[in-house]
Design a protein around this ligand. Structure first.
Ligand code: CDP
Length: 326
């Protein structure tokens, strides 16, 4: 087990493409999908009883952070570093989504099911696109597209893949990654562990030094919002310590999108007759995990989330895309 950015211990176990998984996949593939706008609106208003993304999702320059930190997600996550005033004044003055709505949204997870999917064009055709965990787009354009309006960035990525930006080569590949997103907002969870707070400071300093602005960086408050989101999911019979980043993006999408399309959400090592890697960019896996095995799962239970997505799909609230795009 190792600690993640939320101060939680992750554990891994093998997920198999068993009969149950197979049956769920078949159900999805055989369903004739039709959008259910009323259902989505209903979901949105249910969620709004638990959290308000417009107020809670990102930090602005004039936020009183102490006021925001009323409840921590994890008992261990007690760190509460205030952003130094010099950096804080560079933060955006407006919340990430100030009453914006988008007709269609793509939410892109990182599953290997996207390989050879040819879904890139369809993903990019949406009005708004969410991606997770600084995912690769370069070299995968045909299958995953490039449009990136919001991309989540867990601070540990800076260590895991960019040597904390100490070497020039790491800086260069970090910058190339940023450029590959075009217009983007980096959505960084903050305020969970001391490690995260320190890293976030470093990232802010980096952007300040290199770009003299933070227009592309938003500090997110999942440390604050996650318990509320989990409370919502409890009402939907999803009992997870922490939902996955991908499902978290669905929560945000449900608030700002009129039609939600999800790609790359598939926790199983096999789809029909084809075996697939856990991530479409398999080089991005954490090389320190020597117990990496196909289909490991984190402390969030992706197979349970898959069943949830199946239900949402059948209800017309999201469209879950599996296999090839037309
Ligand atoms: O590391 P983490 O689970 O937060 O995310 P990731 O592996 O970078 O993938 C981003 C999101 O895609 C996850 O949070 C899941 O919601 C989804 N995903 C999935 O459904 N199936 C996979 N095989 C991989 C990711």
């Amino acid at each position: 087990a190792q600690e993640d950015d939320y101060g939680e211990e992750s554990y891994y176990s093998i997920v198999r493409y068993d009969d149950k998984a197979k049956a769920n996949v078949e159900e999805i593939l055989q369903h004739h999908w039709a959008a259910n706008k009323t259902g989505l609106l209903q979901t949105r208003s249910e969620m709004r009883k638990f959290f308000n993304p417009y107020k809670m999702i990102t930090m602005t320059s004039d936020d009183d952070t102490r006021g925001q930190l009323k409840r921590f997600y994890s008992a261990k996550a007690k760190a509460m570093t205030l952003i130094p005033p010099g950096l804080r004044k560079l933060l955006p003055t407006k919340q990430l989504f100030s009453n914006q709505y988008f007709k269609t949204c793509s939410v892109v997870g990182n599953s290997g099911i996207l390989i050879n999917s040819s879904c890139g064009a369809e993903i990019d055709a949406a009005d708004f696109a969410f991606r997770c965990n600084f995912a690769t787009v370069k070299g995968y354009e045909k299958d995953v597209g490039t449009k990136t309006d919001v991309i989540t960035f867990n601070p540990s990525i800076l260590d895991r893949f960019y040597g904390r930006l100490k070497k020039d080569t790491d800086k260069k590949s970090f910058e190339e990654r940023l450029v590959s997103y075009g217009k983007y907002v980096l959505w960084i969870p903050i305020f969970s562990t001391h490690y995260v707070s320190r890293t976030v400071h470093e990232i802010l300093e980096y952007f300040n030094l290199n770009f003299k602005r933070f227009t592309n960086v938003q500090l997110a408050f999942p440390g604050n919002i996650l318990p509320d989101i989990s409370d919502y999911w409890l009402t939907q019979a999803i009992d997870e310590e922490r939902i996955s980043t991908g499902l978290l993006m669905f929560n945000i999408a449900a608030t700002i999108c009129e039609e939600i399309h999800m790609y790359g959400f598939y926790p199983f090592p096999q789809f029909q007759e084809t075996s697939i890697p856990y991530h479409y960019d398999d080089s991005r896996r954490n090389k320190t995990r020597n117990n990496y095995d196909y289909g490991y799962r984190r402390f969030h239970q992706l197979p349970d989330e898959f069943v949830l997505l199946k239900k949402l799909h059948k209800a017309g609230i999201v469209k879950l895309h599996l296999g090839k795009c037309p």
